[in-house]
Design a protein around this ligand. Structure first.
Ligand code: COA
Length: 149
């Protein structure tokens, strides 16, 4: 773990760093416009970022509707992966949800993404169904995972 990381709600000034992370780790990254809309035009959305030495190096997004949360994306800059930041971001999201009366959290993950699946299993997520051809770029299947909070 790195000690000097601050976890806080995402702001408009973070969009550039967040998109840089997305572009580095995802084949279909979300754009600056999408994040701008998420921050200002989506009442259901909350984003938490991890900041280290004035740079945002990871983020997690969630849509909360009544007592259910759906994780939209979680990502950490490549050079900061494997240091506990992804886990800490997910724990922050889970804590925030618990404090707001959310009882269940779900997400989709590429069936081949063993790193992310390990992270979610570590946090108590169980495997649900498969969404066939879920990802638009290569039609990989998604595994749905969920946890009771
Ligand atoms: C998935 C991701 C967010 C994990 O964040 P991270 O900061 O690298 O992971 P952490 O250091 O917090 O590790 C937490 C757990 O994840 C799993 N994990 C992390 N790196 C792993 C690896 N290289 N291989 C296998 N499991 C791994 C382990 O269970 C680990 O717990 P442990 O350290 O007790 O073994 C990050 O790797 C990432 O951004 N990947 C690309 C984007 C992505 O795939 N996002 C998920 C989309 S569903």
């Amino acid at each position: 773990m790195i000690d000097s990381i601050v976890y806080r709600q995402m702001a408009a000034k973070d969009i550039e760093d967040v998109v840089a992370t997305e572009t580095e780790v995802f084949t279909t990254p979300w754009s600056a416009e999408v994040f701008a809309h998420e921050l200002t035009g989506n009442d259901y959305a909350t984003y938490i970022v991890a900041e280290c030495e004035n740079e945002v190096i990871g983020h997690v997004g969630m849509w909360v509707i009544l007592d259910e949360c759906h994780i939209t994306n979680v990502a950490v800059r490549k050079h900061r992966q494997g240091l506990g930041i992804g886990e800490a971001l997910m724990r922050q999201a889970m804590e925030l949800c618990r404090n707001n009366g959310v009882t269940a959290m779900s997400l989709e993950v590429r069936v081949s993404n063993e790193t992310a699946k390990n992270l979610y299993r570590k946090l108590g997520f169980q495997e649900g169904g498969i969404r066939k051809n879920y990802y638009s770029d290569d039609h990989e299947d998604a595994l749905v995972m969920w946890v009771e909070l």
